[in-house]
Structures are given as C-alpha cells and as structure tokens.
Write a protein that binds this ligand. Sequence first.
Ligand code: P53
Length: 476
Amino acid sequence: MTTGLPKNFLWGGAVAAHQLEGAWQEDGKGVSVADVMTVGGPKKARTITDGVVPGEYYPNHDGINFYHRYKEDIALFKEMGFNSFRTSIAWTRIYPNGDETQPNEAGLKFYDDLFDELLKNGIEPVVTLSHFELPYHLVTEYGGFRNRKLIEFFVRFATTCFERYKNKVKYWMTFNEINNQANFVDDFAPFTNSGLRYQPGDDREAIMYQAAHNELVASAEAVQIGHAINPTMQIGCMIAMGPIYPYSMNPEDVLLAQKAMEHNYYFADVHVHGDYPATLLKYWERKGITPEISAEDRQILKNGTVDYIGLSYYMSHAVKKDPARSFDDLDLKQVVKNNYLKASDWGWQIDPCGLRYALNWLTDRYRKPLFIVENGFGAYDKVEANGQIHDSYRINYLRAHIEQMKLAVTEDGVDLIGYLPWGPIDLVSAGTGEMDKRYGFIYVDKDNQGEGTLARSRKDSFFWYKQVIASNGENL
Ligand code: P53
C-alpha cells in the first residue's frame, strides 16, 4: 500500500511570462495581447484597447520586473525547496510580431540564462508555450487563431523553442487553459486564448470553435515535432479544471451538468484521444456550426496526442436546469451558486474536495498522468508594522487542497506528476490585472496603480510551504 506521495514528486510553483517579467519592450520584444489590457477590479473587467494607448495604465508592461530580478527570486524559490518551476516563454520575445521567419536571438538568450539559473539551483523548468501572450500583430493582421496561418506561426515558434532548449526542458505544455474560451460570450477568454476580437453580428461561438480547432492542430503538430527532436520530452495539454456539479438529484440537473462538462472538456478529448467526441459533432450539426477541418488535420490530431494532462484547479461550479431552457443552452445562464461552499473576495468558490473529484474524473476519462500546474488562493494581504504577513487563509486553502490531492493519489491511485501552485511570488492577475489579488508565498511591494518599491518579503506561507516540500507533503 502506498502511504504517501511518490519520492520524485515535483514541488514548486507556476507563473506566466507576461504576468511577472515586465521589460515589455526590452531586447526586441514585441507587443503581446497582454500589453493592451488595462487594470480592472473584483467586479470590473479589464479593458482591451486598440493597441497601446498613451495615458492608460497597463500593469503587464512592468510586471514585477522578474526579467531583471529573476536571480534573487530563484534564490527564494530554492530556499523554499522547489525542485521545479513552471513559466512560459513569451512568444513576443522570440518572434516579436509572430510572423517573422527568423527568431530574435536576444529573446532566446534570456530563456537560456533563466533555465540555466534554475538548473544550477536544482530546479527543473516546466514550460508553457502559449500562455495568454500571443503577438498582438497576429490579432490586427490575421484576426488571431481564427486564421489557419497561425498554425504555421505557432509551430515555428514551438519548433524554435524545442530545438533551443531540448536539453534543458523536459516538461512542456502547448496552450494554457485552452478551454477558457468555451465561455465565448465573454470578451476576455477568446482574446487571451486566441487573439479573437469580435465585431457586432459575429457568430462568436462558430469563430471560437474554428480558433480552438486551429490551436488543437497546432498543438498536435508541435507534439510530434517535439518528440522527433527529443523523444524523452513530455508534452502535455493544459486544461482549466473546474468541475461542474448538478444543483440537485433531479435527473435533468445531472444531465445538464454532464453536458456542461462535455462542452468545457472536449478540448482535452481532442488532445488526448486525437478526435472530436460524437456529442460535440451532433451539437455542431444542430447549431449549424461547420468548422473547417481537413482530412490532413484529422491525421495530425491522431498522431499528436499528448503525454500528460496539465491542469489548473481553483474552484468548482454548479448548474440547475431551467425548464424554459434547453440542454444546449450552456452560456452561463443556468449556472448557480453552491450553498455548501464559501467564496474568495473575487467570488471563486473554495472546494478542496472538488480537487479530488477533478483528479478522479480526469483519470477515469483519460487514463493519462496528471500534473497540477496551478492551484491557489487569490487574496488581499496585510503587511504588519513589523513587515510580517500573516496569511493563514492562504495556508488553510493550500493545506486543504494538498490533503485532497494526497487522497487522490494514495486512496484512488491517481498518477500525479507534481503540484505547482500558482504565483509563488505575487504577480499581475490575469483576470483583473490587479497586483492586490495575491497568490504568493513571497510578497511584492507594488499596488494596483503600479506604485511600490518592488521589494520582496517572505509571508508566513513561505515557511509553511518550505516544510511541506521538505516532508514531501507529510507535514501540513
Ligand atoms: P487570476 C479564469 C478562471 C480560472 C483560471 O487567475 C484563470 C482564469 C483567467 O483569469 O486563469 C489562470 O490571475 C491562468 C493564470 C491566472 C490564474 O489562473 O485571474 O492560467 O494566468 O493568473 C489565476 O486570479
């Protein structure tokens, strides 16, 4: 009987380039979709501007200046005992406009130095290729991923990275939270996932399915190329996993929850099985959605299935069947609050048990190794007069989730590669652009308006997480 987590379990943290590097115009970097989004708030969406508008504040431009301070930050990760660290390669550092044929050497050099620094400190880099940072030029010139040309541009970018870092990086992921855009009624997810800007009258849903298809093909091509470059590479997909529960035992609620899950997770079906599930094909038929999918695309999808499933887990959701609506009517109208759960200040429902459920659900459906590459609690922190930060709420959240993760492994037999909580160092929120929605073990002195010294300091959770790692998850 297994009593604990595997010996070689990966412990660390996860970030994305655009949320912490800053240096948005240094060493030849181009403008990304993250560079044209302003700051929002708990109930205020970020604005997507037409290019960089003078006078607007764009929090990702400077991030927390990780670009120049990564050595200091990696020393702190090492102090916590990290053996792994997930970041992304900013596409715009390598191909500033996205459609060049030659990469930018200064950008490649930065990630060489960053990965070397990690490896020197015994920390294995885990790398996402596309994490909400598409070159903005690909939006204005090509319409984002609705355009098939982007398959070629992404594959070129991925190939350049695989070639360059083939001996430094083993774990890769293609598209971060590719399934966020299932929420196509919103402007944010289709833009950050796929560089889509909608015009009035657009069939948002049809465009989203085309863009997602193009990404799935690009991902599958990249998987094949990566394996050819180095067969030991592990290349995964990355899915935002928030289980959707039925509101009640009413069979209609149960069926609606199943349909909502299928709609959110078909992306993983394609990544893992290499084809589209029948239920989605039937749905497209009913809705008259006809994405362009060639015979060659189908072959690529079949031959480029992923090695593992990377997932983020923050919260769960619930749905209740409205008798006036159909099972196809999934655009959030039938989503309800879960009265058994409390929520964060940003309304994210806290559900540790849902993590065990999610890991089991993914295992049952896919039988692939899983890798938790994001989990965490965005919260306001208070700095005491003596500089300390007592973030017991964060510790409580993480402890409860790690407990459930361990049960999934030890009691349910889930094959889990590692646990990389989100934002081990405070960074710019993807959803709101705020600094004050903090996830870190390490505090960064910077506020929502960009003021602050950028000084780093250790929160209580820093010392707690250190002992968790040292005991391989036993000492919680
Ligand atoms: P923030 C929505 C729902 C779940 C995860 O999110 C999400 C989002 C997008 O906001 O994003 C992931 O910063 C994402 C990270 C992001 C993190 O979750 O909005 O992969 O880039 O920072 C947390 O609190």
